[in-house]
Design a protein around this ligand. Structure first.
Ligand SMILES: [Zn+2]
Length: 492
């Protein structure tokens, strides 16, 4: 048995890969038989496209639903009827057996099937690409696979500079890396029905976004809608000072605290507006169990004339609990960032907290609804444990751990999530994804592999891996502006 990177180029690294010598060889067309019970037709359609892409435009996968195939099994063969499937061991997601006859897969469900598909695609090797003589192989082997962490999420931001093809690349690469959840945050880039000023003029319509949601779902990923319900109300980054609402219509000022950065919780118009936003996003993003409410960096919370004269902490507690209640109507749980619930006087570097003594927002923690999930972003921890996450769990909350772009930070938090048995792991990407899309395979590998293998991750190699996979996931047909993941090769 081997789980070493040198033996396989599949990302994330499978639990075990055993090569048996020889190979399965195929040319242009192969047959893929799946059970008639298989429901996710979108992934079958997507898989046909990806099979052609991963065979560099030469191959065709003919998918057929068959009553002779058991639920949660599939076969890719030249000969249709000769199927013998490997036995899936307990606790594993899928097992793949490749032999001279073809590829045979058993899994624990549709998501296991999809994950097996994403592994098989990466195993295809071209041998001859001359027209009319095309030949591909997959080495004979047995792969047994399962993840270290069940909830493996990625948070992506859609900025005015983010193109639709870039989002598609990110979604497809995340799907290939077997992420389970994708949080989408629109930075003024979705057109809402409730208020036009919530979006910039070049924002995407819901009809432009729906096909991307469908692709994420096809990969078995749940899309988690996100909208900032406290700080970050400008829908822009604090560093450059743009404001999606107030730059377009200053008369909307009372929706916010005086500086515009935080929503005003005393204004009923704000409460109603945000309720409508949640409803629209939930309708757009498809079935799911969660909604990300943001609630970080609430620097100017309760600074207006109305908010100042109330009990600020009660105002905040009641507000967040009312959001949790509203989400229960949709059978969803709210997710909130943890920083404002951590006391700056208690949590010192490398732990990060934002509840300052003059605000004291950490004091509301005990009164918050336990249906809320705390997303503990800790970007400065690069080794050891994550005590803030343990603190939230001791208080009775489910916790998700969030790193950012630093490799050691990603490793420490995936390891931390696994060791304290947290609800999940959610890598954040913010404004840096279009300069480092290799973050997706790196984080995907850490979340899938966990502490099982602590081999060296070569960042330069991961960049090449990301580029190679991108070319197959979303071919650009020679169009320069669509190639790679940055529009300007002279930057950085
Ligand atoms: Zn106010």
């Amino acid at each position: 048995m081997s789980g070493n990177r040198k033996d396989t180029l599949v990302y994330p690294l499978p639990y075990s890969t055993e090569f048996s010598g020889g190979e399965y060889e195929f040319s242009n067309e192969v047959a893929c038989n799946v059970s008639t019970y298989f429901k996710n037709d979108d992934v079958l359609e997507l898989l046909q496209e990806l099979w052609t892409n991963f065979t560099l435009g030469a191959g065709k996968l003919n998918i057929k639903k068959s009553t002779s195939i058991k639920e949660n099994e599939f076969a890719i063969t030249r000969l249709v009827e000769k199927n013998s499937f490997p036995i899936l061991e307990k606790d594993f997601e899928y097992v793949i057996d490749v032999n001279a006859e073809g590829i045979f897969v058993s899994s624990n469900g549709e998501k296991g099937m999809i994950h097996a598909f994403t592994t098989v695609l990466q195993m295809i090797e071209p041998k001859n690409l001359e027209i009319g003589k095309e030949k591909f192989i997959i080495k004979n082997c047995c792969i047994c696979d399962k993840p270290a962490i069940a909830f493996r999420g990625i948070h992506i931001c859609i900025f005015p500079e983010t193109t639709l093809i870039f989002i598609q690349k990110v979604i497809r690469l995340s799907g290939l890396m077997k992420f389970t959840h994708i949080v989408i945050e629109f930075w003024g880039m979705l057109k809402y029905d409730v208020m036009s000023e919530l979006s910039w003029e070049n924002a995407y319509s819901k009809d432009q976004i729906r096909p991307l949601i469908k692709e994420a779902n096809a990969f078995g990923m749940e899309v988690i809608p996100m909208f900032n319900h406290l700080g970050h109300a400008s829908s822009s980054r604090v560093v450059y000072g743009k404001h999606v609402v107030l730059d377009q219509n200053p008369r909307k000022a009372l929706l916010f605290e005086p500086d515009g950065w935080t929503w005003c919780l005393s204004n009923p118009d704000t409460i109603n507006l945000l309720k409508e936003v949640r409803k629209e996003l939930i309708e757009l993003c498809g079935e799911g169990q969660y909604f990300h409410l943001g609630c970080d960096e609430a620097y100017s919370f309760a600074t207006c004339g109305l908010c100042k004269n109330t009990n600020k902490l009660d105002l905040l507690t009641n507000y967040i609990n009312s959001l949790a209640d509203d989400l229960k109507n949709y059978n969803r749980r709210g997710i909130i960032w943890g920083d404002a619930l951590l006391d700056t006087t208690k949590w010192k570097s490398p732990n990060y907290a934002t509840s300052r003594p003059d605000q004291g927002t950490h004091k509301i923690l005990d009164k918050l609804d336990r249906s809320l999930i705390i997303d503990d972003w800790q970007y400065y921890i690069t080794e050891g444990t994550v005590p803030t996450s343990e603190h939230f769990m001791e208080k009775g909350f489910d916790v998700i751990l969030s790193p950012w772009r630093d490799l050691n930070n990603i490793r420490a938090l995936s390891s931390g999530a696994q060791s304290i048995n947290a609800l999940g792991f959610l890598v954040t990407t913010w404004n840096t994804l279009n300069e480092s899309i290799d973050l997706i395979p790196i984080a995907g590998e850490c979340a899938w592999v966990g502490d099982r293998k602590k081999g060296k991750i070569e960042v330069d190699l991961m960049r090449c891996v990301a580029a190679s996979l991108q070319r197959k996931l979303v071919p650009v047909h020679g169009i320069y502006k669509d190639a790679g993941w940055h529009e300007d090769d002279t930057k950085r």
